[in-house]
Every structure is written in structure tokens, then in C-alpha cells.
Design a protein around this ligand. Structure first.
Ligand code: FMN
Length: 195
């Protein structure tokens, strides 16, 4: 293994590498679908997904307070432009946000939230917890109630194949969306070599 002995301090900033590109689907009080892009989020337990939302101007926060449910889709190479669009335009300011995005909503099967048919993998969540943090953001925790995937992105064992799905990630250091690379190891097995 290579050793990195000379280092440069880059200061404290948001840097976890890589981050997911999560597309959060919610309905408003009239059943109008919305979507936003979230990098600061992920799986935080066997059944929970957590999101960190900035306060002030997020339509998604208003929707979550009312409908108490959301979907989480993983952006793909094919949906990258639409995924970025829903991350730079707010449903508060653009009433035609979803039409302009080109994403098409259908009701999720288990959660009171929209899912978008352009994303091959979607998680459905019921809101468990929503709290303002002392660092001025909204912490959102959802219980996973269903995961659905297009059959075309499943492997021969029925598991989601991230390459087939074309799932992308967010690289905050290089400020880039990137594809996921080749498999380089086997979790829970390769470390056995050192036992
Ligand atoms: C790559 C990317 C990652 C983002 N991550 C977050 C995030 O983690 N939390 C957040 O509050 N906003 C995040 N945003 C910004 C929101 O997606 C954006 O403010 C969006 O317009 C909110 O939509 P809404 O007001 O319709 O809910 C991100 C945007 C991009 C492009």
C-alpha cells in the first residue's frame, strides 16, 4: 500500500466523497408533484434514509410538513440534466418546474408521494422525523416502506446493478457528476485475508 506523507491542509468544508445524487419527490397540498436534488443524504440505518435540507425557500420542506412522505430516486446518466435542473430551480418560484424538467410523475405504491418514471430505482419513505438543527438546517429522517426497480436494471440474481442502471454520484471536490466505476473488491470478504 502506498503512503502519503506530505499533505496540504484544505480547511474545513463539505467534502464527503462521493455523495449520492438523490432526487426527492413530494406532493403539495393539492397533489402537485415536485422534485429536488439532494447530495447531503443517505442510508443511516437498515430502514432509514436521512436528508439534510437548507432552511428558507425549499418547496420540498413545505410539502414534507403537509404530506409526511417522500420518494428517493437515484439520478442516472440519462437523467443528469433533469436531475440538475430540479437542483437549481425551486418549485416555490417556478410553477411549471416539473413540466420543464421533462420528468413524469406517477403515484408511488406505498408512500403518499410521486415517483418519476425516468428513474430506474426509487425508494419510498414515510416521514419519521423532521427537526431544525442548531446549525440552521432541517434534518429529515424517513422510514423506507418500499424499493422498486426497473427489471432491465436487475442482474441475474434479481439485485440492482448500478452500472446497468447508469447511476451517477456527486463529486463535491471536482464539482462534477460522475459515473460509478468498476467493481474492485468484495465487501465483508476481502478483509479476511488479514485475519
Ligand atoms: C448537486 C446538488 C446537490 C444539492 N444538494 C442539496 C442538499 O443536500 N440539501 C438542500 O437543501 N439542497 C440541495 N440542493 C439544492 C436544491 O436541490 C435546490 O435548492 C432546489 O431548487 C430545491 O427545490 P424545491 O424548492 O422545489 O424543493 C442541491 C442542488 C444540487 C444541484
Amino acid at each position: 500500500m502506498k503512503k502519503f506523507k506530505t499533505r496540504k491542509s484544505l480547511g474545513a468544508h463539505a467534502i464527503t466523497l462521493p455523495q449520492p445524487v438523490l432526487i426527492i419527490g413530494t406532493y403539495d397540498e393539492n397533489g402537485v408533484p415536485n422534485a429536488m436534488n439532494v447530495a447531503w443524504g443517505g442510508q443511516v440505518g437498515a430502514q432509514q434514509i436521512e436528508l439534510n435540507l437548507s432552511l428558507g425557500g425549499r418547496k420540498t420542506i413545505d410539502n414534507l410538513k403537509i404530506r409526511k412522505a417522500f420518494t428517493v430516486a437515484f439520478a442516472t446518466i440519462d437523467t443528469e440534466v433533469a436531475a440538475d435542473y430540479v437542483g437549481i430551480v425551486s418549485g416555490q418560484k417556478e410553477p411549471n418546474k416539473m413540466e420543464k424538467s421533462g420528468l413524469h410523475a406517477v403515484k408511488a405504491s406505498k408512500a403518499d408521494a410521486p415517483m418519476y418514471v425516468e428513474f430506474p430505482v426509487t425508494v419510498e419513505c414515510n416521514l419519521r422525523l423532521m427537526e431544525e438543527t442548531d446549525y440552521g438546517e432541517m434534518r429529515v429522517v424517513g422510514d423506507v416502506v418500499n424499493v422498486s426497480a426497473a427489471e432491465s436494471v436487475l442482474d441475474e440474481n434479481g439485485k440492482i446493478d448500478v452500472q446497468k442502471a447508469g447511476i451517477i454520484c456527486f463529486d463535491p471536490a471536482g464539482m462534477a457528476y460522475r459515473t460509478l466505476g468498476d467493481k474492485v473488491g468484495q465487501p465483508f470478504r476481502d478483509g479476511n485475508q488479514l485475519k
